[in-house]
Design a protein around this ligand. Sequence first.
Ligand SMILES: [Zn+2]
Ligand SMILES: [Zn+2]
Length: 166
Amino acid sequence: MRAMVMDEIRGPLDIREVPDLAAPAGGVVIEVQATGLCRSDWHAWAGHDEITLPHVPGHELAGVVAEVGAGVTGWKVGDRVTAPFVEGCGQCDWCRSGNAQVCPNQEQPGFTHWGSFAEYVVLHAADTNLVAVPETVTADAAASLGCRFATAYRALTGRARLAAGR
Ligand SMILES: [Zn+2]
Ligand SMILES: [Zn+2]
């Protein structure tokens, strides 16, 4: 597949062929239809996160399931999906309490593994993290939901407790 590869911290990104991905147990390979770019990508590029080089950034994405790993029961090839930035394991107490964003076993595309600045990306714990995208929602709109929209939404409703009429 083709991907945008980062070979050094704060270095230029290079578009080139890289080995194809395989779906891990419990995970899927997504054919990327849209991907966002946000300041978190800049932090990884600037060396503020622990990443392994060479690296493929990108964590705001939508696409189509291209391959399903062993043990995934809820998704099939061809499903249109997006996912949260933080992929919780789905098994721990944090995940079960609805706080997967602090799961100690979390994965993050574009940080803990190669991200969506590529033709394909792996998403882990698919039955926990994938979200179906209806035909009426475009891929670029769906790609904005899992990081920038969810962060703002939770800040307003969960932290600031904004309610209707306020
Ligand atoms: Zn983001
Ligand atoms: Zn968890």
